[in-house]
Design a protein around this ligand. Structure first.
Ligand SMILES: Cc1cc2nc3c(=O)[nH]c(=O)nc-3n(C[C@H](O)[C@H](O)[C@H](O)COP(=O)(O)OP(=O)(O)OC[C@H]3O[C@@H](n4cnc5c(N)ncnc54)[C@H](O)[C@@H]3O)c2cc1C
Length: 189
């Protein structure tokens, strides 16, 4: 199959969204395929793509200013270290503002990308199991390669219990340490 002038974007997390915004602004045609039913990737808690590592109490550890897109800063009323809900809402607003949603094919997984001639052949599979192959001049893919890996704690505490204990301790001016094997302990200093 001859390669087309289009670019293929794999995934509609922050990498795919920004790639789409920049390509769109430069008039470069592209298709974006997203395995899940919504944008946001890692920052969509309980994402039905099965790939998000977000946990209930997740906040960013880079600051709001550092993580903001230049073309669309985070709202001024956001905290310095927003939660995953803030970040997902922020991505929703970004996608809305730049008309990105209509360019994304949701529930469609890229299952193969092979270099052919001066381009790429990309095979995608929809939720119905049907496969299609298209030619592209380039393929852009971001995303961490790992599957989610949530720790389990020896005495059965789950993440929500631990997050609650950490927050309560911080309010009371105490510190706790958490380790994977012996779970929650109050620090001595
Ligand atoms: C727990 C945790 C905390 C983090 N904290 C921060 C932070 O504070 N600040 C920071 O800047 N970064 C942080 N990161 C890094 C994080 O990876 C980035 O913020 C961001 O999510 C990367 O965006 P991405 O689009 O590259 O990947 P993702 O957000 O993972 O999005 C990838 C998208 O591609 C889709 N996809 C994957 N494979 C396919 C396929 N074959 N076909 C179709 N679609 C596919 C997925 O469904 C997903 O929507 C953190 C990561 C983790 C795991």
């Amino acid at each position: 199959m001859a390669s087309s002038e289009k670019v293929c974007i794999v995934g509609a997390g922050s990498s795919g969204l920004t790639a789409g915004q920049v390509l769109g602004a430069r008039g470069i045609a592209y298709d974006c395929f997203e395995k899940g039913s919504r944008i946001g990737g890692n920052w969509r808690y309980e994402n039905d793509n099965g790939l998000s590592s977000a946990y209930r109490s997740l906040h960013i550890n880079s600051s709001r200013e550092l993580m903001s897109f230049r073309a669309h800063p985070m709202p001024d009323d956001y905290p310095d270290y927003p939660s995953h809900e803030h970040i997902a809402r922020y991505f929703d607003a970004y996608a809305e503002r730049f008309g990105l949603l209509e360019r994304i094919r949701f529930n469609t997984e890229v299952v193969e990308a092979a270099p052919v001639g001066d381009g790429w052949e990309v095979t995608v599979q929809g939720a119905d199991g049907e496969r299609e192959t298209h030619g592209y001049r380039a393929v852009l893919a971001g995303g961490p390669p790992e599957r989610p890996d949530y720790p389990t704690f020896a005495d059965g505490h789950d993440e929500a219990v631990i997050a609650e204990a950490i927050q309560a301790s911080a309010r009371e001016g105490r510190w706790v340490t958490v380790d994977r094997t012996s779970s929650l302990q109050e620090a001595t200093e």
